[in-house]
Design a protein around this ligand. Structure first.
Ligand code: FAD
Length: 390
């Protein structure tokens, strides 16, 4: 039986961007429907490392960029939410680490030390020593330096779970979606199987899926870029908690390690950074061998003998930039009666929803329609990758 629902805002895609925006819009009194064709968070979001960046990673060449400035407010906003004082109540979300760290394996950081101690970074990068060091660096064999960043690391599956709760009945498990346009190229409605949705505004937050939606709609701009990664996962019963970027000789982290709890009671190190960028085209076994060697050199006192290893290929989907560089901030582009969005970082989802709210306000879009009542199936949350990759 066909169903037509009307809502203020129709959101396409339930990753972090769509779910965060949905919660903010509902809070502002808008009726919403969020359509998800697979699982909530199952695109990039659940595959992310969960670091709520404050921009320090982008300052590793020794100066603050616009990106570093734009993202600087994000850790504070997320912390407020975790403490129940922010724009969304994220008190049930699991904090994996209150800080992310930066470590230099040898004397390399000495030429960065002045910069880290500079006024610009005060309160954002603090040297730590002795008992303040994370346990993994307390080995007598560790000879490097460690800096604590004003950044935090979250358990992303629990963020998705909480945002799903905040969505109430606004979520819909959709079949493949088609966009119907009118003579002016505006979106007339969105169809999914027997369901038709009409809205004041449509918001595309489908990550990599935005490209196909735009093609279906017949709109080429904004163009999207993919930046691929091959991440490495190491699982073991005794892995110590490690949340840190390892400094290398380039402005990008040589290695970024986060640690995640698995369903079978073990811990998983999730390895990104240059290892994952440069290993994109390597066979999994070769990249794993490279990762083993890297960890053996950097943290030789950590016992990895009984660990299991896996890799995961994943694309970062973002607005196209010249030279495949990383965009600077969250991205929202108005196209006719829709907004095409990419947060570019999980951490920037609050910024993305600010930009959407601003654009709605500028266009005079206000809450008008009551929240539609429906009995359509709801999408389920994605399973954490550390429980599916091994
Ligand atoms: P997605 O999470 O991909 O969500 C899009 C959703 O849309 C999916 O659920 C998908 O199923 C759905 N969809 C697709 N097509 C359709 C359609 N036609 N109709 C309806 N729904 C559709 N950022 C950080 O801030 N910190 C980090 O530590 C971090 N680590 C990362 C590590 C890796 C390996 C990667 C790849 C990225 C990382 N990022 C990180 C970036 C971050 O993950 C992304 O910027 C963010 O998750 C993108 O969210 P999204 O909601 O736009 O997309």
């Amino acid at each position: 039986m066909s169903t037509t629902l009307e809502t203020d805002i129709c959101i396409l895609g339930g990753g972090i961007a769509g779910l965060w925006l949905n919660a903010r819009l509902r809070q502002q009194g808008f009726s919403t429907l969020l359509l998800e064709t697979a699982t909530l968070g199952g695109g990039q979001s659940i595959k992310s490392q969960g670091i709520i960046h404050g921009g320090t990673k982008y300052a590793l060449h020794g100066k603050l960029t616009t990106a570093a400035e734009a993202i600087a407010a994000m850790p504070g906003r997320w912390r407020d939410c975790l403490e129940g004082n922010g724009e969304l109540d994220l008190t049930p979300v699991r904090l994996l680490s209150p800080f992310h760290y930066l470590w230099s394996p040898g004397g390399l950081v000495s030429n960065m030390a002045g910069f880290f101690a500079s006024k610009a970074l005060r309160g954002r990068v603090d040297a730590v020593k002795g008992e303040a060091l994370p346990a993994v660096f307390q080995s007598p064999r560790f000879k490097g330096k460690v800096y604590r960043l004003a950044e935090l690391v979250l358990d992303v599956p629990s963020v998705i779970e909480r945002l799903t709760e905040l969505a109430g009945h606004s979520l819909v498990a959709a079949e493949p979606i088609s966009i119907e346009r009118d003579d002016n190229n505006q979106i007339a409605c969105v169809r999914s199987g027997d369901l038709t949705i009409k809205a004041q505004r449509y918001v595309l937050t489908s990550g990599e899926g935005n490209q196909a939606l735009q093609a279906d709609w017949g709109v080429e701009q904004p163009a999207m870029q993919r930046r691929p990664l091959q991440m490495v996962l190491v699982k073991g019963p005794q892995l110590p908690g490690l949340y840190a970027h390892c400094l290398g000789s380039s402005p990008k982290p040589r290695l970024t390690v986060t640690t995640h709890p698995t369903a079978d009671g073990q811990w998983c190190w999730y390895l990104g950074g240059e290892l994952a960028e440069q290993g994109v085209d390597l066979p999994a076994a070769e990249l794993i061998a490279r990762a083993r060697k890297e960890l053996g050199e950097l943290l030789p006192w950590v016992d990895l003998d009984d660990s299991q290893w896996a890799t995961l290929k994943v694309n970062r989907a973002e607005p196209a930039q010249s030279g495949l560089v990383r965009p600077d901030s969250a991205y929202v582009q108005g196209v006719h009666n829709a907004l095409v969005c990419w947060p570019t970082k999980l951490a920037l989802s609050p910024h993305l929803s600010d930009l959407v709210l601003e654009q709605l306000q500028q266009a005079g879009v206000t809450p008008r329609t009551a929240q539609p009542v429906h009995a359509l199936p709801q999408p389920t949350a994605a399973t954490p990758i550390w429980d599916t990759c091994f």
